[in-house]
Design a protein around this ligand. Structure first.
Ligand code: ZN
Ligand code: ZN
Length: 177
């Protein structure tokens, strides 16, 4: 006959959760405690007592499980991840780091960040190199607009930028001759 967990104290239930976590070597997920056993209350007993599974984990002092991505949602679409992670998860990391998500009309990578649409190469520069002063441009030394490899990005004034592109056009003309 199983212990009557519903009659146990909060403390006993939380201690049982901690014991379970020690056995597993990590925070248990609710599906691992479907039914009550001698040593661990079932998830439904826990939820009835503490409101939610995570609330109980929190009270027990256990680190919360990472929230699972919603069904059908690609992991890199999750806005909960740090911006570095969101960038790296969605590009190929060798040579040019080609942004694999959406592009704007100019062919530059686009991402929703901080409540606005931002260009991924500019965000990448700020994440891995440093702040871009207002009015400054980011030039792709590799000439690949969807690239977010910080090593291929260069901060330039609008004037310098226009000059770079003029040079590139001239070089292209020369090599085409
Ligand atoms: Zn590149
Ligand atoms: Zn440029």
């Amino acid at each position: 006959m199983n212990k009557k967990w519903s009659e146990s104290s909060d403390r006993e239930m939380l201690e049982a959760l901690v014991n379970k976590a020690e056995q597993l070597g990590r925070t248990p997920v609710s599906t691992e405690c479907k039914a009550s056993t001698e040593t661990c209350p079932g998830a439904c007993v826990i939820v009835r007592r503490f409101g939610t599974w995570n609330e109980a984990l929190d009270l027990a002092g256990l680190p919360l499980n990472r929230t699972r991505t919603e069904k059908g949602k690609r992991p890199y679409a999750s806005h909960d991840l740090p911006i570095e992670e969101r960038l790296l998860r969605n590009c190929a990391v060798f040579g040019c780091w080609h942004w694999l998500g959406g592009l704007d009309s100019g062919g530059y990578g686009q991402i929703d960040f901080d409540g606005r649409k931002a260009n991924t190469h500019r965000i990448a520069y700020e994440v891995w190199v440093g702040k871009i002063e207002p009015g400054m441009h980011i030039h792709h030394k590799c000439e690949v607009r969807a690239c977010i490899n910080p090593g291929h990005l260069e901060v330039v004034t609008p004037l310098e930028h226009a000059k770079r592109h003029k040079e590139l056009r001239n070089n292209a003309k020369l090599s085409a001759q």
